[in-house]
Design a protein around this ligand. Structure first.
Ligand code: SF4
Length: 463
């Protein structure tokens, strides 16, 4: 398996030690804990003070003996073996060693050069499994799905890990967590409010937050220090963005170019404040005032967004500041750091390559495999879709059925069912990729379904 505990420990150390701004922490959803924090005037003052010192608080919590970020060595070997058994695929290994191409049963498969589990996800699963093995007699909870993959979350369920109940509107019920329990924070992290609640609760916290996500939080910390409003390219309801915004003071989230254009237009021309705030109500910080808070902005993003779009949004905001403040002063009104993670970038580049060669390879379609909630997988689908290449996003092999139908999620987020192989008599040529939270075994399952379809068709024709 790609995961190597020592390599990852080194990388985490590098990412967390380059400056004091690179220290990991967590994010999540506004839990009932935040409501409790503001029930009295004293609490409100405490909350305001805490907001100013979130980073220091985060570091203090992480320094506690009950906060675990480095896993548990004594169970590491067993966990690696378990993960290999559960997630590896001999078919995908064959594809890798065969220059990413394989032919089987009348189907030719071109695998994207970068695909599947990223090191952040492997690290997160390994830490979660190690936690379960290290604390065999304790009740283990997790604040959210560990990653956006149904099989991985089912495995945790099988290991008796309790998923904290979601109450809707971003609230969760932590009542099942008792003193002495173990609570895992997922790869997307957990919100400041959740961390704070758990810190006071006397539980063992196992933090599996990907260091790339913490890097974004350090970026928004820097925005705060410099008096900038954070413009976050991300979906405001996504777990990662919920956590990121919990570490911000003033922020507004834009999920795409259209929303970024609305913000840029307001920066340059002002406009109907009420209509603007009605639109961005859920996507901005409490008390957000676009008339004053959009004068100095910094861009940050959800790590798994479509990188080209983040770049375009950055250019748009930069131009807006130039129009408003002139080319010389614009640079003190806009700041940008690239926080798209390498894994996201590499997987997007690899699909671009498949799409660019779709015609010369005679691709009938591209299959994208990954959880339906997985943002990075959804963005992989956008690339062939925008290029007009037939493509499907499925979350597991079962989406392809014996009657040659495929149930898939469109770029608009709708579920559709339609025939998969349009001409079963010819050789099928397909591209395949998978999201950063998708095990190789899921790719094998999906390909096996297609091999079987073609094999059965060929056999029935030769009878
Ligand atoms: S996709 Fe990137 S940010 Fe997300 S877990 Fe993987 S490495 Fe971390």
């Amino acid at each position: 398996m790609k995961y190597s505990a020592s390599a990852i420990a080194t990388l985490v150390a590098c990412m967390t030690s380059t400056s004091s701004a690179f220290a990991p922490s967590a994010f999540g959803v506004v839990a009932r804990t935040s409501l409790e924090m503001s029930t009295t005037a004293d609490d409100a003052v405490d909350a305001a003070e805490q907001k100013k010192n979130k980073k220091q608080e985060r570091l203090r919590m992480m320094g506690s003996e009950q906060f675990h970020r480095r896993g548990f060595k004594e169970v590491r070997e067993d966990v690696e073996e378990t993960m290999n058994g559960q997630f590896k695929s001999s078919l995908v290994d064959d594809l890798r060693t065969n220059n990413f191409v394989i032919e089987r049963d009348g189907v030719k498969v071109h695998l994207a050069k970068d695909f599947g589990f990223c090191w952040g996800v492997e690290r997160s699963i390994a830490l979660a499994y190690e936690a379960v093995n290290h604390f065999p007699d304790k009740k283990v909870h997790i604040t959210n799905e560990l990653i956006h993959n149904p099989e991985v979350n089912d495995r945790l369920d099988d290991m008796n890990v309790q998923f904290i109940e979601k109450l809707g509107e971003g609230e969760k019920n932590f009542e099942s967590v008792e003193d002495g329990d173990v609570v895992i924070l997922p790869a997307f992290g957990a919100s400041f409010e959740e961390m704070d609640y758990l810190d006071k609760k006397n539980v063992e916290i196992v933090d599996t937050t990907c260091p790339w996500v913490s890097k974004v939080w350090n970026t928004v910390d820097m925005h705060q220090k410099k008096g900038l409003t954070s413009v976050i390219h991300g979906k405001y309801g996504h777990e990662e963005t919920v956590a990121t915004t919990s570490f911000c003071e003033d922020y507004i989230c834009v999920k795409n170019m259209k929303e970024a254009e609305m913000v840029a237009d307001y920066i340059v021309n002002g406009g109907d404040k009420e209509a603007f705030m009605t639109y961005f109500k859920k996507a901005s910080s409490e008390g957000f005032d676009p008339d004053t808070m959009l004068n100095k902005v910094g861009l940050a993003n959800q790590t798994t967004m479509y990188k080209k779009e983040t770049r375009a949004i950055g250019q748009l905001l930069q131009k807006a500041m130039m129009k408003k403040f002139g080319p010389v002063d614009a640079k003190s009104h806009y700041m940008e750091f690239d926080t798209i993670c390498d894994a996201t970038q590499e997987r997007q580049d690899a699909v671009h390559e498949l799409v660019e060669n779709a015609e010369s390879l005679n691709l009938d379609f591209i299959l994208v495999i990954g959880g339906f909630d997985s943002s990075n997988t959804a963005h992989l689908l956008e690339i062939p879709h925008m290029a007009g290449v037939r493509s499907f996003h499925i979350n597991k092999g079962d989406c392809i059925t014996a009657d040659n139908m495929i149930t898939h999620r469109t770029v608009e987020g709708e579920m559709e069912t339609e025939p998969l192989l349009l001409d079963m008599d010819k050789e099928i040529v397909m591209g395949v990729t998978s999201g950063a939270s998708t095990p190789d075994a899921a790719v094998q399952d999906a390909l096996s379904q297609i091999f079987l379809l073609k094999k059965v068709h060929t056999a029935s024709n030769s009878d």
